[in-house]
Design a protein around this ligand. Structure first.
Ligand code: 5GP
Ligand code: ZN
Length: 116
């Protein structure tokens, strides 16, 4: 698979072709604010390579997956969050709408468990 899918919204954000409120960027990942935030902090951390979900990312680009999680920790620290929730939706049945792996980093409010 190519590192990029020409029809993918998040690949276009990585390339700077679609604007986003970028929080930080490094060799492996880009972090930007969700357009429809579900918490005071709601940042999406995405790998620069195109993979459709977290498991495929782990299989095909494990360093990028590790980079997504370390980037999430940097985002949380930058937001002043000691605690945060990190979520990968996998599959339309649980609400995945963009099929470029992305880690939701959520914080700044109370969270229920189970998540629902
Ligand atoms: P999913 O539902 O696939 O787990 O998450 C996709 C997320 O991407 C949603 O929370 C949605 O609000 C966000 N999103 C969709 N389109 C855009 C966009 O163009 N810009 C940004 N910043 N977020 C987006
Ligand atoms: Zn993509």
């Amino acid at each position: 698979m190519s590192d990029r899918d020409p029809d993918c919204l998040f690949c276009k954000i990585v390339a700077g072709e679609v604007p986003a409120d970028i929080v930080l960027e490094n060799d492996e990942a880009v972090a930007f604010r969700d357009i429809n935030p579900q918490a005071p902090t709601h940042v999406l951390v995405i790998p620069k390579v195109h993979q459709p979900n977290a498991a495929e990312l782990a299989r095909n680009a494990p360093d990028a997956l590790a980079g997504v999680f370390t980037t999430a920790a940097e985002v949380a620290a930058g937001e002043g969050l000691e605690d945060y929730r990190a979520v990968f939706n996998t599959g339309a049945g649980v609400g995945q709408t963009v099929f470029h792996a992305h880690l939701h980093v959520l914080g700044g409010r109370d969270f229920a468990w189970p998540p629902g």
